[in-house]
Design a protein. Structure first.
Length: 220
């Protein structure tokens, strides 16, 4: 059961940011396991059970990231990440391609959301889904505007791909897609109540995920 993060969680992430080396991290491994990985696994498992009980049709699986960066993609950075994340995606899909729910905790705070960091063909399928039912897409955008805590982000094409009305224009012309909520550390992060907050966010974002999932599956 998730009991909350702690001051040690924050200290360890900042220690990594300021001392990003395997030599520094080696004596911190046990503390990192207890203060970061154990609560993150507990949180992920609790949410996974909730998804399986309430939305088994999504067939989601849980993936928890590692603290080590891929050695092939360091690009001059240290070997450690200053954040940890987990995601929920369809168990039959490849993680690099499919839409997902996600949660992240790191040096700067914590947050959650949905995302689909899609290839150009995926963006085309996304536009097709909107074209088939623009009224449903507009309803989702109206609901999102009432949630100032949730931010729509993504890379936009320099040249518009179509005209669908001002209310859908930006969404329609994204080449990648995320809706997220990021927070600085607060009492919620230290509390089991974080689970309930995430359930509320994921419940609200469920129809947005389903829209992305429909677009993803147009290729199948």
């Amino acid at each position: 059961m998730f009991k909350g993060y702690s001051d040690q969680t924050i200290d360890l992430f900042w220690g990594i940011r300021l001392n990003n080396s395997r030599e520094w991290f080696a004596p911190q491994k046990e503390a990192f396991r207890e203060a970061v990985m154990e609560p993150t696994r507990a949180l992920g498992n609790e949410l996974y059970d909730w998804f399986m009980e309430n939305h088994p049709e999504l067939e989601l699986n849980l993936h928890i990231s590692r603290i080590y960066r891929d050695a092939r993609r360091l690009f001059g950075r240290g070997p450690l990440k200053d954040h940890i994340w987990f995601s929920f995606q369809n168990e039959n899909d490849q993680r690099a391609e499919a839409p997902c729910f996600w949660f992240e905790v790191g040096a700067d705070g914590y947050g959650c959301g949905i995302g689909w960091w899609m290839q150009p063909a995926g963006a085309l399928r996304f536009r097709r889904v909107i074209d088939r039912d623009p009224a449903a897409a507009r309803k989702l955008m109206r609901a999102l505007k009432k949630r100032p805590d949730l931010l729509l982000e993504g890379e936009t094409y320099a040249k518009p791909k179509g005209r669908v009305g001002e209310d859908l224009e930006r969404w329609y012309n994204l080449r990648s897609f995320s809706i997220s909520c990021m927070r600085k550390y607060d009492e919620l992060a230290y509390s089991p109540e974080l689970v309930g907050w995430l359930k509320e966010i994921f419940t609200f974002l469920l129809p947005y995920y389903q829209l992305l999932d429909r677009a993803y599956r147009l290729a199948e």
